[in-house]
Design a protein around this ligand. Structure first.
Ligand SMILES: Cc1ncc(COP(=O)(O)O)c(C=O)c1O
Length: 480
C-alpha cells in the first residue's frame, strides 16, 4: 500500500468515495437542478469555475457567515464567493442602503456622486492619483493592460506562471499548464488555457515564474524595450496561498522601473481584504497601476483600476507619455503609427460606475470594511491557521496550513510552495476527500485545491473553531 505521510492511498480513496456518496444523499435537489441546468447551460453553470464533480450545490439563501442549499442544508461559508465577501453575506448596513438604491434607479449612464466618493476612498487606501470603474476583475485587468500599452507604446506583457487575471485572451495563458507543456523554468512557455485564443494574441504575453526575480530580470533583458507591463498578484492566490519571498515584490518593482514597464498589481483578491490598503499596505510596495474587484462591492458586481496620474492620464491624452515622446525622437511607436492615430486610451462600459455598484462599494468600504475591521479579521485567521496546523501535526498529515491576512488554506503537500511548479505536487485526492467530508458536516470551502478560505467581518471565533474541530475529525478518520 502506498503511503503519503501517515495516510494510505486506499484510506483516502475509501473516505472520498463514502463522502461523495453522502453528498449525493444529502443534496438530491441540487442534483435535480443540475440535470435541468445541463439542458440549458454548458456544464450546467454560468461560469465554468462553478462546475465540479459530481455536481455543484445550488444555493438559495445566505446571510452573515451562513449559506443554505436547495435542500435546506446550512453551511458555514468559508468560500465566500471565491473571496468576494469580506463583508459577509448581505451585511445589514449594505442591505439597507441597497434597498434604497434599488427603489431609486440602478442604472443612469450619467455619473453619480457616490462614484466620486468611492474613487476618493480607493485613492486614499491605495495611494493612487486616479481611478476608473469597471464591472469585474477581468475588465479591470484588461483595461489596465490597455492603459499600460497605450502609455508605453509597447505591446508585450509579462504574466506569472500559475497566475489568474480573468478571462480575456491576453492573460488566459499559463494558468495551470500541464507539466509537459510548460517549458524550462528560465523561459516558461506561453500555454493557452482555453481553445479559441488566437496565436497572435499569445505572442504578446511572456511568461515568468513567480518568486524568481533573477529569471524575471533575464526575461526583461531578453525583451529589452518591448515590455509594456508586468502583471502579477502580490500573493499568488490562484494556486492556493503562495506569498512573495522576502524582497521579491521590491525587486519586481525596481526591475519594472529599470525597464520602463508599467507594474500592475492585480489586487482583485488581495485588495481591501489583506489590509485596509490591500497588498500595497500589507507589503509596502507600490505598483504603477492596481486592479480591484470582488470584495470592494460587498457582493455586487464591480471592478476598478487606478494608480499613478502619469499612467492613468493616458485615458485623457497620450501627450507626455513615453509612447508620444518616442514620436518626437523619431523612433519606435509614434502617434501616427498608433492604429487609427488614436490620441488616448479608450476605457468604456455601459455599466461602469452604475449607481448600484457605486453605492455598494462606498457603503462596503466606508461603513463595513473600515480600518478597525482588520485586526479582528487577522486574529480570526491566525486562530484558524494555528488550529488547522495543530491538526496536521497531531495526525502527521502531509500538508501545512497557511494564511495571508484573512485568506488561507491547507496546502496538501509537505514542501512549501513558492510557485506554480511546486503547486503541481499537491495531493488533489486528499484535498477532494477533505472537501466532501467538511461539506457534509456544514463546513463549505471553495470547490478546488487552487482556491482558499476567506473570512468575513461576520464570521466568529465559534465558526472558525467548528471548522478546526471538523477538520480534526477528518484527520482522525484518515489516520485511524
Ligand atoms: C486575481 C484575480 N484577478 C482577476 C480575476 C477576474 O475577476 P472576475 O472573475 O471578476 O472577472 C480573478 C477572479 O477570480 C482573480 O482571482
Amino acid at each position: 500500500m502506498t503511503v503519503t505521510g501517515q495516510v494510505s492511498r486506499a484510506r483516502i480513496a475509501e473516505i472520498a468515495a463514502r463522502e461523495e456518496e453522502a453528498y449525493r444523499r444529502r443534496t438530491p435537489r441540487s442534483a435535480e437542478l443540475f440535470a435541468r441546468a445541463r439542458q440549458a447551460l454548458p456544464l450546467g453553470v454560468a461560469s465554468s469555475f462553478q462546475a465540479y464533480d459530481p455536481y455543484p450545490l445550488f444555493m438559495t439563501d445566505a446571510r452573515g457567515s451562513r449559506i443554505t442549499d436547495a435542500d435546506g442544508n446550512e453551511y458555514i461559508d468559508f468560500d465566500m464567493a471565491f473571496g468576494v465577501l469580506a463583508a459577509g453575506h448581505s451585511h445589514p448596513v449594505l442591505a439597507e442602503a441597497l434597498q434604497h438604491r434599488v427603489a431609486n434607479g440602478t442604472c443612469y449612464t450619467f455619473p453619480v456622486e457616490d462614484g466620486v466618493a468611492l474613487a476618493e476612498e480607493i485613492k486614499a487606501r491605495f495611494g493612487a492619483d486616479l481611478v476608473r470603474f469597471s464591472n469585474s476583475g477581468t475588465e479591470a485587468t484588461m483595461d489596465a493592460i490597455r492603459v499600460a500599452r497605450g502609455y508605453t507604446g509597447r505591446e508585450k506583457v509579462i504574466k506569472m506562471e500559475g497566475g489568474y487575471h480573468g478571462h480575456h485572451d491576453d492573460v488566459l495563458v499559463s494558468i495551470q499548464p500541464p507539466r509537459e507543456a510548460m517549458g524550462p523554468l528560465e523561459q516558461p512557455a506561453t500555454v493557452p488555457a482555453s481553445a479559441g485564443i488566437p496565436r497572435s494574441r499569445i505572442a504578446e504575453t511572456v511568461i515568468a515564474p513567480y518568486n524568481e526575480p533573477e529569471v524575471l530580470s533575464a526575461i526583461l533583458d531578453a525583451h529589452a524595450g518591448e515590455i509594456a507591463a508586468i502583471i502579477l498578484e502580490p500573493v499568488q492566490f490562484n494556486i492556493g496561498v503562495v506569498p512573495p519571498v522576502e524582497g521579491y515584490l521590491e525587486r519586481v518593482r525596481s526591475l519594472a522601473t529599470e525597464h520602463g514597464a508599467v507594474l500592475i498589481f492585480d489586487e482583485v483578491k488581495t485588495g481591501v481584504v489583506l489590509a485596509w490598503g490591500g497588498a500595497y499596505e500589507h507589503y509596502g510596495v507600490q505598483p504603477d497601476l492596481f486592479c480591484l474587484a470582488k470584495s470592494i462591492g460587498g457582493g455586487i458586481p464591480i471592478g476598478a483600476f487606478g494608480g499613478r496620474r502619469e499612467v492613468m492620464a493616458a485615458i485623457e491624452t497620450l501627450e507626455g507619455t513615453p509612447a508620444y515622446r518616442a514620436d518626437a525622437a523619431g523612433a519606435g511607436v509614434s502617434r501616427t503609427t498608433i492604429p487609427g492615430g488614436a490620441t488616448r486610451v479608450a476605457h468604456l462600459g455601459t455599466f461602469n460606475g452604475n449607481p448600484l455598484s457605486m453605492t455598494a462599494g462606498l457603503v462596503t468600504l466606508t461603513r463595513i470594511l473600515t480600518r478597525d475591521a482588520y485586526p479582528r479579521l487577522h486574529a480570526m485567521a491566525e486562530r484558524l491557521t494555528a488550529g488547522l496546523q495543530r491538526v496536521l501535526d497531531e495526525h502527521g498529515l502531509p500538508g501545512y496550513a497557511i494564511n495571508v491576512g484573512p485568506k488561507g488554506c491547507v496546502m496538501f503537500t509537505p514542501q512549501r510552495v513558492t510557485n506554480y511548479r511546486d503547486f503541481i505536487g499537491l495531493d488533489s485526492e486528499l484535498w477532494g476527500a477533505s472537501f466532501f467530508y467538511l461539506a457534509n458536516r456544514g463546513i463549505l470551502l471553495p470547490p478546488g485545491p487552487d482556491d482558499q478560505w476567506t473570512l468575513s467581518v461576520q464570521h466568529t471565533d465559534a465558526d472558525v473553531d467548528r471548522y478546526v474541530s471538523t477538520f480534526s475529525e477528518f484527520a482522525a478518520e484518515l489516520s485511524a
